[in-house]
Design a binder for this molecule. Structure first.
Ligand SMILES: [Zn+2]
Ligand SMILES: [Zn+2]
Ligand SMILES: [Zn+2]
Length: 137
C-alpha cells in the first residue's frame, strides 16, 4: 500500500530538481498540472513533506510565512541566500553563525541547539535590472 504513490512522489522529486530555486507546493503543483500529470495539490504537499523529512529536500519559510522547498546539492547542514525576485538560491556555509549559535545556546544553558538561518535579498542581476528600470524613469 505504501508503494502506491511512488511514481507521483518521483514526479514531484523531478519537478523539484528542475526548479531553479525554492518553490512552494502551489507553484510546483502548477508546473505538474501543465505537464498533465494529474497529481493533486494534497499529494504534492505530502510528497514534499516526505522528501524534507528524509533529508532529500530543504524546506524553509519565506518572509511571508509560506513553506518553500528545494532539492539541495549539499546534504549537510548549510544556509541559503535566496533572491526574492527570481528565486536564485546559493548554498552557503556560515562558520560565524555556527559558533555564535553554539555560544549563545550554551550561555543560556540550552543543549542540542539547532538553528535556521536563511538570507533573502535581491541577486546581482535583479538588483541591476531594478536600477536600470529606475534610471529609465
Ligand atoms: Zn539547501
Ligand atoms: Zn534575482
Ligand atoms: Zn548553521
Amino acid at each position: 500500500m505504501a508503494q502506491r504513490n511512488t511514481w507521483q512522489r518521483e514526479r514531484v522529486r523531478e519537478a523539484l530538481s528542475d526548479a531553479r530555486g525554492f518553490v512552494s507546493a502551489q507553484s510546483l503543483h502548477a508546473t505538474l498540472r501543465d505537464d498533465n500529470t494529474g497529481i493533486g495539490l494534497a499529494t504534492v504537499y505530502r510528497a514534499l513533506a516526505g522528501l524534507a523529512a528524509q533529508g532529500e529536500a530543504d524546506s524553509l519559510q519565506s518572509p511571508e510565512g509560506e513553506a518553500l522547498y528545494r532539492a539541495c546539492s549539499s546534504t549537510g547542514h548549510h544556509h541559503h541566500l535566496i533572491c526574492r525576485s527570481c528565486g536564485l538560491t546559493v548554498e552557503i556555509e556560515a562558520t560565524d553563525v555556527e559558533q555564535w549559535a553554539q555560544r549563545t545556546a550554551e550561555r543560556h544553558g540550552f543543549r542540542d541547539a539547532e538553528h535556521v538561518v536563511d538570507i533573502f535579498g535581491l541577486c546581482a542581476n535583479c538588483a541591476a535590472a531594478r536600477d536600470a528600470q529606475r534610471d529609465a524613469h
